[in-house]
Design a protein around this ligand. Structure first.
Ligand code: KG4
Ligand code: ZN
Length: 380
């Protein structure tokens, strides 16, 4: 019998998902068959933008302020009330503890007061299974087989082997996360936070350099990645360009692109080429590791599921698609709607877990700031 059939929740029952691990306040309702009935994400970017990054104290306060409207919208879109909820799920970590506590305490309290089952979900577990969600509201797919999961975000760059819910870490970043590197380069070039999506959009304006400008670092024979060296090399190159009097501030290029859709002016081209080269190297490292892994492991799983904020990167999506085609693999790219942090993935992960583990005691689940994902789902 597939784990789907062992789930205690029917397809018409609803799971309430709550995600407040960083700077997005998110609430979702997911049905027992994995269908995303509603998913609302409220970004706090405007509140953090003047500081060039997420300020933890502001993030917790914003979650408290935003939650009533976000949850009301999620219930309204789903056309249901709390009375229809059969299970509550909230992210318990990793993330900013002050932020996590807002959503986790809400979820625990709701579950306890209403005697509903509760799951405290590992944020990465949410991302890991998100490629199996349907963007258009169809039932979620059963990800219970064997797959390689790649999570690339602002906090993580990790490779996992996932077999029937059992997660083994194959590799992770030794220093910065890939999204963090994108954000730092964006900031240095005068772009608003988070720089990742903007660096990606600007890199689209120019051709890729013929010769890769940045070498792809190796971390022995492991699937580990490293982004601090690439970040330093790119920053040094920006310094050199500045000393030569070349334009490195891309804020007005970005503004023009956003406002009028106008393409790059000539003087911004060298800086844009640098961004394209940086993106190529950052993405290249993920591809390089996957290719080495598949070259060395003939029995590696056929399904590769890629998720996290950086999974929205256009270059990464194109490169992964052609790599998977070449290797004859079944690539599952997270739908763009669920690539960044959202609560549908948290409700979905809880739904999957409900097939093989009993709920958590809502009075005892603690938030945690750090902690890798791995091992038996019953012990998670
Ligand atoms: O998954 P996510 O929303 O939050 C974390 O769990 O970290 O990922 C956010 C990260 C940020 O670093 C953001 O700059 C990056 O994802 N990001 C991108 C793109 N869209 C978002 N990085 C590169 N290219 C993109 N298109
Ligand atoms: Zn995330």
């Amino acid at each position: 019998m597939s784990p789907l059939h062992r789930r205690p929740f029917g397809k018409d029952q609803l799971i309430l998902g709550i995600e407040t691990s960083c700077d997005d306040t998110a609430c979702a309702l997911v049905a027992g068959d994995g269908r995303v009935v509603s998913s609302v994400v409220s970004s706090q970017l405007e509140a953090h933008r003047p500081f060039g990054g997420v300020v933890p104290e502001i993030a917790s306060r914003e979650h408290l302020r935003n939650w009533p409207a976000v949850s009301a919208e999620a219930f309204e879109k789903a056309g249901c009330t709390l009375d229809d909820v059969a299970l509550v799920a909230a992210t318990r970590g990793p993330g900013l503890v002050g932020s996590l506590l807002v959503g986790l305490t809400l979820g625990r309290t709701l579950a306890f007061a209403r005697s509903l089952p509760f799951f405290g979900v590992h944020h990465l577990e949410g991302h890991l299974y998100s490629p199996f969600l349907d963007a258009d509201g169809a039932a979620g797919e059963e990800p219970m087989g064997h797959f390689v999961g790649v999570v690339v975000s602002g906090g993580h760059s990790s490779f996992f082997d996932v077999r029937a819910g059992r997660v083994t870490t194959l590799g992770e970043t030794r220093d910065d996360a890939i999204g963090e590197a994108f954000d730092k380069i964006g900031k240095r070039m005068g772009l608003p936070f988070p720089g990742g999506p903007i660096v990606d959009a600007l890199a689209e304006l120019v051709e890729l350099p013929e010769e890769p400008s940045f070498p792809i670092p190796r971390c022995g024979d492991t699937l580990d990645v490293s982004y601090s060296g690439l970040k330093t090399q790119a920053l040094q190159q920006i310094d050199r360009m500045e000393r030569r009097g070349e334009t490195t501030d891309l804020s007005s290029t970005y503004e023009t692109l956003r406002r009028d859709g106008v393409r790059a002016v000539a003087e911004a081209v060298p800086a844009l080429e640098l961004l394209a080269a940086f993106r190529q190297a950052a993405v290249g490292q993920i591809l390089d590791r996957l290719e080495s892994y598949y070259a060395a492991h003939a029995s590696a799983p056929e399904v590769v599921a890629v998720s996290g904020g950086v999974a929205a990167n256009r270059h990464l999506r194109r490169e992964l698609t052609s790599w998977a085609e070449r290797r004859g693999l079944d690539l599952r790219l997270v739908p763009l709607r669920f690539s960044g942090d959202n609560a549908a993935m948290i409700a979905h992960a809880a739904l999957l877990r409900s097939a093989y583990s009993s709920p958590d005691d809502p009075r005892r689940v603690e938030a945690f700031s750090r902690g890798s994902l791995g091992g038996d789902p019953r012990e998670r």
